[in-house]
Design a protein. Structure first.
Length: 367
C-alpha cells in the first residue's frame, strides 16, 4: 500500500509519518514538501518537492506523484493546503486515491476563525465570544479584559497577542478582517476572575502561558460515524504541546462529539480537533482544526492510532467495530515531548533541490 503525506516538513506531517510507522500495516510512505532541507522528507521511503499550495502548479504536481506512485491514500500535513486539497478530492478518487480530507464546506467553516465561532455559537455551543479586530472596542464593552488577538486564518500561536489596557486597543483598529479578537479564557485552575489576571499570569518567560488547554481529538468515518475520541490536558510552548496528560470525562466527550458531528453532517471526514479551557462557566471552546495534530504520533504510541484507523476504514473498507480497535488506548500514560535531530547528507539535499525527488534516508537521534 502507498500513502502520500503532504507537508512532511511540519510537525503534523512528521507526526503522521510516526503513526503510520507504528501501525504495523504494510505501507510505503511518500512524502512531499516545498523545501529539500527538512527532516520529514528523509524519514519517508520516497520524497518529492512540490510548489506552494497556492501555486497554479501545485495540483498538477500532486496528481503526477499520485499517478506515478500509485498512491492509495493521501494524508494532509498542513492547514494551508486543506482548502486546495478539498477541491481536488474527487480528482484524487478518480485516480484511485482516497484522502483524509473533509468537504470544501467543512474546511471553509473551520479555517476562518470568525466564521467558525459564529457557526458554533449560532448552534448553541459554548464557543468564546469572537469579533473582527475592527470591533474590538465593542468586545471590550461586553466582556472587559483580557482580550486575545489572532490572525483570522492562522494556526498555532503565530501572530497572537494579548491586550490588557485600553490604550492598546487602537493598535488594531485599522486592521479589517486579517485578525480576530476573542475573550481571553481564564482557566478555572488559576483561581482568578478575568479582571484579576495580570500580564505575569498571561506570559511566562516572554511566551504566552498555554497551560490547562484541553484537546479533544475525534475521528470521524466516511458516514458521519464517530470511530474514537482521545482527550488530553496540554501544556504548550509557542503553540507546541510539550506536556500531555490524557484523561476521560464523559460529559465533555459528549459535548465534543456533538460539535464534531455538526461538521460531519456537512462533509467532514477523518480527524477533528477541538480545543477548549475549563473556565468558571464550564468548558468554553476557542479553536477547531480539521486535521491531525503534532501529537498524533504520541496518541498512536498509546494505542490511539488515528492514521491506521483511516487506512482501515477508507482503503481496506473494514467495518466500524474492527476499525475502533485501532483507537483503544491504555490509561495511565503521560507524555513529555522534546526537540530531536535528523541528520542528512548535504549532497542528498542538494540533489533533491535539483531533481525534485529522493529516496535518501536521514539519521535520527533520540534519547
Amino acid at each position: 500500500m502507498q500513502a502520500l503525506i503532504t507537508g512532511v516538513g511540519s510537525g503534523v506531517g512528521q507526526s503522521v509519518i510516526k503513526s503510520l510507522r507504528m501501525s504495523g500495516l504494510d505501507i510505503q510512505i511518500v512524502g512531499v514538501d516545498m523545501t529539500p532541507f527538512n527532516a520529514g522528507l528523509y524519514a519517508c521511503d520516497k520524497g518529492y518537492l512540490v510548489p506552494r499550495a497556492d501555486s497554479p502548479e501545485y495540483g498538477e504536481r500532486l496528481l503526477q506523484i499520485i499517478d506515478k506512485e500509485k498512491i492509495d491514500i493521501l494524508f494532509p500535513g498542513t492547514d494551508t493546503e486543506l482548502p486546495y486539497l478539498a477541491d481536488m478530492k474527487d480528482t484524487f478518487e478518480q485516480l484511485g486515491c482516497k484522502s483524509v480530507i473533509g468537504s470544501a464546506e467543512s474546511i471553509r467553516v473551520v479555517r476562518n476563525k470568525m466564521e467558525c465561532a459564529a457557526f458554533f455559537r449560532e448552534r448553541g455551543f459554548p464557543f468564546v465570544p469572537t469579533v473582527y479586530v475592527r470591533d474590538i472596542k465593542l468586545l471590550h464593552d461586553r466582556i472587559g479584559f483580557p482580550i486575545i488577538v489572532k490572525p483570522t486564518g492562522g494556526s498555532g500561536s503565530s501572530g497572537v497577542s494579548v491586550i490588557t489596557k485600553l490604550e492598546e486597543l487602537g493598535v488594531f483598529e485599522e486592521e479589517q478582517e486579517e485578525f480576530i479578537a476573542q475573550q481571553f479564557l481564564v482557566p478555572q485552575s488559576w483561581n482568578k476572575r478575568p479582571e484579576e489576571v495580570t500580564l505575569h499570569d498571561i506570559y511566562k518567560g516572554g511566551l504566552l502561558n498555554q497551560q490547562d488547554e484541553i484537546s479533544i481529538q475525534i475521528v470521524l468515518g466516511r458516514n458521519a460515524e464517530v470511530l474514537g475520541v482521545f482527550m488530553s490536558k496540554n501544556e504548550l510552548k509557542a503553540g507546541f504541546p510539550m506536556k500531555v496528560v490524557p484523561f476521560r470525562d464523559d460529559d465533555l466527550e459528549d459535548l465534543g462529539v456533538k460539535m464534531a458531528l455538526v461538521l460531519a453532517h456537512i462533509g467532514l471526514v477523518g480527524p477533528c480537533n477541538l480545543q477548549c479551557r475549563m473556565t468558571e462557566d464550564g468548558p468554553v471552546f476557542f479553536e477547531i482544526n480539521t486535521r491531525f495534530t503534532g501529537i498524533t504520533g504520541m496518541r498512536a504510541a498509546m494505542g490511539f492510532n488515528e492514521c491506521e484507523a483511516m487506512v482501515k476504514r477508507l482503503v481496506l473498507e473494514e467495518d466500524e467495530q474492527t476499525v475502533r480497535k485501532s483507537l483503544q488506548y491504555e490509561d495511565g500514560w503521560l507524555c513529555a515531548r522534546y526537540v530531536t535531530e535528523v541528520m542528512m547528507r548535504k549532497a542528498d539535499v542538494e540533489q533533491l533541490g535539483i531533481s525534485g525527488e529522493t529516496e535518501a534516508k536521514g539519521k535520527a537521534l533520540s534519547l
